[in-house]
Design a protein around this ligand. Sequence first.
Ligand SMILES: Nc1ncnc2c1ncn2[C@@H]1O[C@H](COP(=O)(O)OP(=O)(O)OP(=O)(O)O)[C@@H](O)[C@H]1O
Ligand SMILES: [Mg+2]
Length: 268
Amino acid sequence: MSSTCLEFKDLTLGYQRHAAVHHLSGVVARGSLTAVVGANGSGKSTLMKGVAGILKPISGSIDAAYRRLAYLPQQSDIDRSFPARVIDLVSLGFWQERGLLGRITRSDKTRLLACLAAVGLSGFETRSLDSLSGGQMQRALFARTMLQDADLILLDEPFNAVDERTIRDLLALIRQWADEGRTLLCVLHDHALVKSHFPQTLLMARKPVAWGMTADVMTPDHLSKARTFQEAWDENAGWCEEPGPTLLPQPADDLLQGRDVARRAAHV
Ligand SMILES: Nc1ncnc2c1ncn2[C@@H]1O[C@H](COP(=O)(O)OP(=O)(O)OP(=O)(O)O)[C@@H](O)[C@H]1O
Ligand SMILES: [Mg+2]
């Protein structure tokens, strides 16, 4: 397989012909761990939906090369009042393998229980979703993601409204998935966490502001540019023809180096 998992080619995504992500070009390397950051409304979730295939490009394209994709939407998109148990939610992780009506075998059940144990939810199988705390719900969603055994994983604000211990536990899973060679894109607002755990970063402000090694992207200059652009944004703007972003080089050595930095940081 090639070393490229995703390639964005002058990608523009949006709604009712209003662009929310403009002119994104660049490559997500296979096995890379990338944070997607930016202010509210900067197009992060839109980009995740584009990669997940929920939103078709207005123009440009996404070339994707993966076996299986797992997408964890922003929590606000998930209806928890639906009468379902933890086991029902996590079982959805099987649908790409089995189809929606496929039978779950005894060994599937063992795998499912192992995933629940890995996220610290042993014994929660029959609990109803609306009885879970926010952190427990997020753990259940991580168990579903784990069960999917995807090689491309999209996480949209996975640490929203969860406590530090849960963040630590879920970060360890993200680290493990990256070490297994899976490709991850993770939307985050916590810059300290991005700097300490994510080797690559894409900084968005409706358009890409910078993309590359995290230390090169999360500079005061880029963050200030992102703020200025986001604040100046006209919500009613129709079309635009913006120049391209600051694309930083992403040589393979840097990727590996970045990964080591993140691994060391995770063990502190
Ligand atoms: N379904 C939709 N229909 C119309 N406009 C939308 C829709 N979803 C998002 N938008 C708009 O697209 C823009 C980008 O939204 P998006 O959800 O991608 O931002 P975000 O970076 O994920 O923000 P946040 O940090 O608040 O989650 C916003 O102006 C938003 O109002
Ligand atoms: Mg969002």
